[in-house]
Design a protein around this ligand. Sequence first.
Ligand code: 5RP
Length: 236
Amino acid sequence: MSSHSDANDTARLKREAATWAVDAFFRSSMVVGLGTGSTAAFAVQRLAESRAQGRLVDVRAVPTSRETEALARGLGVPLTTLDEDPVVDVTVDGADEVAPDLSLIKGGGGALLREKIVAQASRRLVIIVDAGKLSPRLGTRWPLPVEVLPFGWRSQSLFLESLGASVAVRRDERGEPFLTDQGNLVLDCDFGPIDHPEELAARLGSRAGVVGHGLFLGLTTDLVVAGSNGVEHRTR
Ligand code: 5RP
């Protein structure tokens, strides 16, 4: 009973953060980035509503996953790509864990690589979360997703263990290995609290076969948090 109402409360907070962010940051004629996950889905819905009501016109959206692409398309949101629009004005996306310096762990939905590509192509990255995502230190509440090529993935797993992680291959609802939109595997890496995220990001970034990881460092420009006292906006 209480877990059901907790889930409803969390969904309400996600919707509040998403709605606030779209209203505050999206403007007509912008190229916007659309994140992936349940919070980002509320932002896609708000964008569609705002278009239907004529408050936002001539907006084109870059989706960060096939899932978001299907949702946006279904709601009639005009889509574009980074090939057509290589600079994105504002991206709104969720996160799994947010540290006090606005660094993030992302990738719970498996879209970390496209999310980071779109984030790095964006002038502004607005992260929308419920207050339960705030964390004193990355790695405290969520394992770090690492996307690896299927070729040689066991070697990557050993490499990640040598860096101190407990590694689990992500599986889908049928128990099969989860495959990203690029056809890669996700290794969920429990490092415990991460003391030096920049150092870890550098180690991961220099490993052949690791095609992405969920550490988003120095990318967030704005954080929108919905909690019991309403919506709070922080900038970096
Ligand atoms: C997907 C992500 C999501 O933004 C993250 O997992 C948060 O998801 P949700 O909004 O459903 O809690 O990084 O790859």
